[in-house]
Design a protein around this ligand. Sequence first.
Ligand code: HEC
Ligand code: HEC
Length: 493
Amino acid sequence: MYLRFVFSKPGISRLVLFLSLAILSACDKQHSTLAPEFHPSEWNPGGDTSIPISNKVRLDLPAANLPPALKTDFHVGKALAQQPWIKAPTATDSRDGLGPVYNARTCMACHVKGGKGSTPNDPETELFSSLIRLSKPGEHKTAGMIAHPAYGDQLQTQSTSLAHQLRHIPSANNIAKDVKPEAYVTINWVDKLIEYPDGSSITLKKPIPEFKNLGYGEFGKDTLISLRTAPAIHGMGLIELIPQQDINAFIDTNDNNQDGISGRPNMAWDSVTQTTVPGRFGLKANKATLDLTIAGAFANDLGISNPLVKSQPCTEQQTACLQAATGNDKNGFELNQSQLDRVIFFNQNLSPVAARNLDKKAVIKGRELFYDTGCQQCHNPSFRTGTSESLPHLANQTIWPYSDFLLHDMGEGLADHRPDFQASGQEWRTPPLWGVGLREQVNGSTALLHDGRANTIEEAILWHGGEAQKIKQAFMTLNKKDRKKLIRFVESI
Ligand code: HEC
Ligand code: HEC
C-alpha cells in the first residue's frame, strides 16, 4: 500500500479510491481504512535531512546531513538572506542597493526563521510580511500576466525616502522630491459564518486590502489585485529534486477518472533556458525554477538587482526611482552571481523538522481519516527525490511533503481572479503541509492559505471549495471528535 502511494499512477490510485469508497459505503461500517500502512520514514518528512525535534523549533536550520565542508556556504547564504540591506551609495558595494522601492530589507523579515509571514489582524497595522501582486487583464508569454503600467506586477510598500522612513513624525512630510513608496496597505476583514451538519458553527474571516497614499496615481478599475502571505521556505532543495515525471503522474487535466479532482501543472517562462517549463515554486506554481524564484525575490521584494533578474523594481513612470543611485558592482549588479548562488544554496538546505506524535492513538485515527476523507488526492503524501551531482545529500530521499505541486480550482471563496501564466484566478498550487503544525512555535505566525486568512487548520479546510468541495463536505460530516483527530494528524506531520 505504501508503495502504491509513493510510486503509482494517481489515476489508478484515485480509481482504486473511488471504487473502494463505493464498496465501503455498500458494506456496513466495519473498521476499514484507505490509509496505507504506516511507514517508519513518515517520522522524517525530509528523509536524512530532517531536523530532530527540540524545544527551539526553527525552519532555518541546515539539513541534518549537510556535509561539514559545506556549512560555511550555508551560513554565508544565510547571512545574505538575513542581514538588512542598505540604501546606496555606501563605501562598499557588497551590501547596498536596497530599493529604491522595496517590501522589506531582508528575506527573513518575511520568512521569519524560515517560517510563514502573517497578515495584520487589525485594520490599522500596515502590511508587512505579506505582499500585493497586481496586473491588468491579458496574457503575456514571458511575464505570465500584463504588469500594471504604473506599479508593475508587485506593489512595493517601502522606499528609501527618508521622509517615508520617518513618516510617523509629522515634520517629515517632504516626500514629494523623493522616491515615493507605491502605497501603504492595511487590511479590513469580512466575516463569513459556517455551520456544520452537527449544528456547531464557526466564523471565518476574509481579508480585503485597503490602499492609502497611492504614490503613482489611481490603480484603474480593471486592475487585478492579489494578496499573498509569505509561505514557509524549508525543503526547497528536496522539492527541486522531485523528478518531473513523478509530478506529471498526478496530472488529470480533464478529470478523466471522474473523481471531481483534476490537477494540472502551471507552465512558466524560464528566462535562463528561454523555454516554457512546468513550475513548482510560488503559490500559483508560476516560477520556472528555484533560482529564478530567489533572484526574483531579491529584485522585487528587496530591490536588489542580480545576474538573473537584472532590473530594479521601478516602472517607466517612476522616474525618481529610475534615477536613484544604485549599489551596482563592476558587472552592473547589486548582488553578484556567487552571492546569489550562496543564498540559493541556503534555501536548498533548509530542512523539514521531524514529525511528532504519529504513534498517539488519536493521531493514528486522524491519519486514517485524512486518507478516508480524501485529503491526499491533492496533498499527495510522499515522493522520492532523484539523483543530484551537486547536492548528493538531498538525493534519493523518501520525503513526505503532502503536495502534488499541481494547480487546483479551489472555488470562488479562495479566488483572487488574477491569472498567472496558465493558472486561472481560481487556481492555486497545493501547498506542502510538512511542518504546518509548527508554524506558531517557529515564529508566532498562525496564518494559513495564500493570503493568511485562516488561523487554524480547521479554518483552512473550511475555505476549501471547487475541486475540494466534496472532500470538505466529507470533513464537515465527521463528528467533532474525528474532525479534531484529523486536524491533530495534520499538525503532527
Ligand atoms: C515582503 C515579504 C517577502 C520577502 C522580503 C521575501 N519573500 Fe519570499 N515569498 C513571499 C511571498 C508572499 C511568497 C509567495 C509569492 C507568490 O507566490 O506570489 C514568497 C515565496 C518565496 C519562495 C517560494 C516558496 C514556495 O513554496 O514555492 C521562496 C523560495 C522565497 N520566497 C524565498 C525568498 C528569498 C530567498 C528572499 C530574499 C531574497 C525572499 N523570499 C524575500 C514574501 C517575501
Ligand atoms: C482539490 C485539491 C485539494 C484537496 C482535496 C484538499 N486540499 Fe488542502 N489545499 C489545496 C490547495 C490548492 C490549497 C491552497 C489554497 C490557498 O492558498 O488559497 C490548500 C491548502 C490547505 C491548507 C493550508 C496550508 C498552508 O500552508 O497555508 C491546509 C492545512 C490544507 N489544505 C489541508 C487539507 C486537508 C486536511 C484536506 C482534507 C480534508 C485538504 N486540504 C484537501 C488543495 C486541496
